[in-house]
Each structure stands twice: as C-alpha cells, then as structure tokens.
Design a protein around this ligand. Structure first.
Ligand SMILES: Cc1cc2nc3c(=O)[nH]c(=O)nc-3n(C[C@H](O)[C@H](O)[C@H](O)COP(=O)(O)OP(=O)(O)OC[C@H]3O[C@@H](n4cnc5c(N)ncnc54)[C@H](O)[C@@H]3O)c2cc1C
Length: 292
C-alpha cells in the first residue's frame, strides 16, 4: 500500500476547500484497513476517513492525520435477497441504483444524500423522514485493535449522529430493504429530487446542511433566513440565497471563510432566538467555532 504525503484535501470535499493531509492512503480491503490503522498507531498519528467529502470541512492549514479513502472491493454493492451488501466506500447513488434494479425499496431517501455508505452510517444521514438507522442491519467497523459487526443500537445512531470516532473505519454494511417495483422507486426518487431542486441549491459547491435543526418551531434554515442571512458573504463563502442553512463556495472560498460565516450565523441565531445552533458538518483538523 502506498502512503502519500501532503495530499490536498480540497480535491476530496464537495465545498472544494481544505489543506493537505499529513499522510493519505487508498485502501481496498478490510485487511488493508487494519494494516493502515496499525501503521498510524505505530507512528502516533490519528486516522480519519474521507468519503465523498459532502459533509466535511477540512482545515486550510492541513490535517495532521492519516486520511483514508475507500475504493475497490470496499466500494462494491451486492444484492442478496432483500439485503444490500455494500462497501463503506460505495456511493449512495450506486447503492440506490442497484437496489432499484433489484426491485428493493426503502433506500429512496438516499437520493438526497450525495455521500458514501460509510459517511451515511457515521452521520446517520437521512432525509424526508427516513434515515440510515431505519435500513441498516449492521456495519463492519475496523480499528487498529480488530474488527466487528455493530448494530444501529451499538453504533449509537440518532438524529445525524453516531458514536463512531476517527480511527474507526466502516468498511462494509448491510441494508435490509423490502420488495418494491422499480417503477415506483423511480417515481418516488423523481418526486424527491424535484422537491429538493425547488428548495435547495443543487448546482453549487456546498456541504449540505450547515446546522442541525434545533428543538424549536423554526428549522435552522428558517431561523437563519429570519436573521437576514440569505446571501450573506464572507470572503469567497456565501450563505445560499436559496436556503439559509447552506453555505456555497461562491468564489475561491476557504474553510476559514466558511467557519467565519458559521460563527456569524450562530451569533445572530443566538442573539435573535436564544438558540445555540449545533453544526451538522464534520470538522477535520484544528477547527472550532467561537463560544457563544
Ligand atoms: C447538496 C447536498 C445535500 C445534502 N443533503 C443531505 C441530506 O438530505 N441528508 C443528510 O443526512 N445529509 C445530506 N448531506 C450531507 C452529506 O451528504 C451526508 O452527511 C453524507 O452522509 C456524508 O457522506 P460522505 O461519504 O460524503 O462523508 P464525508 O463528508 O466524507 O465524511 C463525513 C464524516 O463521516 C466520516 N466517514 C466517512 N466515511 C467513513 C467510513 N467509511 N468509515 C468511518 N467514517 C467515515 C468522515 O470521517 C467524517 O467524519 C448533503 C450534502 C450535500 C453536498
């Protein structure tokens, strides 16, 4: 296995920002995952996976970790009865396509989530009232000390949250689906995509929802809109004029621009609504938001 140094993470995030990884490796099997995690441990280096980087802000001054990218055998999708056996690096879109072709429904919600299976498990990704916790049977998690299959309860899945930590790699998962006509799946996906296009920026570089929805009558997006933040810009990053809970790379944005925008959004939501918004996007590297 080749371990590279100084690979630009901006290439691997949908926002297109982020500095260099101290070490970077591609892996294609469970055994390689174990080997790489052991290598990182021997070199006193933390490890972290990047999926499709669709929910990730990586620090501009780099990430002092071994960053892993799953591919090959770990990006495959197989159908076994009503079970979808997927690699942690498989794109949700590929898994959904295979499920539809096999007449298996239940994963339609993932048409909205432009990430991988591993990222979906980590985030308990979800949309339109469904989430990974609802379809995940179990996930194979590798660490430097060994591997094991974990159920959603053992993974601690809740709203956009799991108990997984960097250094744990989701290499495989099994999704329990149910028989459904491919045409019905296609029609539902089309309808969900139309709804999404009407409400969210779909042709911009973003990282999905910036903040989790708070326990409040207003969603994070509506709250930030009420704060007058739509279109607000810092450096090359801009709060989407279409949906205030999205940040777009308007022109040469850096991660620092996005963080500054998030800090301002949190400050205003706190001032106006007394709510402390919690970020949904994951941070990689030395990144944090100022205390409120
Ligand atoms: C336009 C757009 C719309 C979106 N809409 C939604 C939505 O409706 N619902 C929703 O939930 N999300 C949404 N997202 C956010 C994002 O797509 C999801 O959170 C997705 O699950 C992230 O997957 P990823 O592979 O891109 O993970 P990444 O962004 O690469 O990583 C996210 C986290 O998961 C970890 N990770 C990734 N893969 C693995 C693995 N194999 N093993 C261990 N850890 C791993 C990373 O280390 C990181 O901490 C949207 C994003 C965009 C850009």
């Amino acid at each position: 296995m080749k371990i590279e140094e100084g690979v630009e993470l901006a290439r691997f995030t949908t926002l297109g920002t982020g500095g260099r990884a101290r070490a970077f490796a591609r892996l294609e099997s469970e055994a390689e995952a174990a080997e790489l995690l052991q290598w990182a441990e021997e070199h006193s280096l933390g490890a972290a996976v990047v999926g499709l980087g669709s929910n990730l802000l990586a620090a501009d001054d780099g990430v002092d970790r071994l960053v892993l990218k799953l591919g090959g055998e770990l990006a495959t999708v197989e159908v076994d009865g009503d079970l979808l056996r997927v690699g942690g690096g498989a794109a949700n879109a590929v898994a959904l396509h295979r499920a539809r072709a096999a007449g298996l429904g239940g994963f339609e919600f993932a048409c909205a989530i432009p990430g991988t299976i591993g990222g979906g498990v980590w985030m308990n990704g979800g949309a339109y009232g469904s989430d990974f916790a609802g379809v995940l049977e179990r996930a194979l998690v590798v660490t430097a000390d060994g591997s094991g299959w974990l159920t959603p309860a053992e993974l601690g899945l809740s709203y956009r949250h799991s108990e997984l930590r960097h250094g744990q790699v989701v290499v495989r998962a099994e999704l329990r689906l149910r028989p459904r006509l491919p045409d019905e799946i296609k029609a539902e996906v089309r309808e969900l995509n139309t709804r999404r296009k009407d409400a969210q920026p779909t042709n911009r570089r973003t990282f999905g929802s910036v903040f989790k929805n708070p326990e409040h009558e207003l969603s994070a997006g509506r709250m930030l809109e009420a704060c007058g933040l739509k279109g607000h810009r810092i450096g090359g990053a801009q709060i989407s004029p279409k949906h205030a809970n999205f940040i777009e790379n308007a022109d040469g944005a850096t991660t620092a621009d996005a963080i500054a925008l998030m800090a301002e959004a949190r400050r205003r939501a706190h001032e106006q609504f007394g709510v402390r918004l919690v970020h949904e996007v994951e941070f990689l590297g030395e990144l944090e938001l100022p205390q409120l």
